[in-house]
Design a protein. Structure first.
Length: 56
């Protein structure tokens, strides 16, 4: 497997993990809670990185 494929797989795993954490936190604490927003911002950053690498 190429290095780029490994990186993409790793990012996909992080995306799914953060997505699940964000949803669970949002359900427990609310969508505007600081912890939910923190996960959302982290997820945005990883999604941007994923898109950038995928475009190469």
């Amino acid at each position: 497997m190429k290095i780029q494929q490994l990186i993409m797989t790793n990012l996909e795993d992080k995306i799914e993990s953060l997505r699940l954490r964000m949803i669970a936190t949002g359900e427990q604490k609310g969508l505007t809670h600081s912890e939910t927003i923190k996960y959302s911002q982290k997820l945005d950053g990883i999604l941007n990185e994923y898109s950038r690498i995928n475009a190469e």
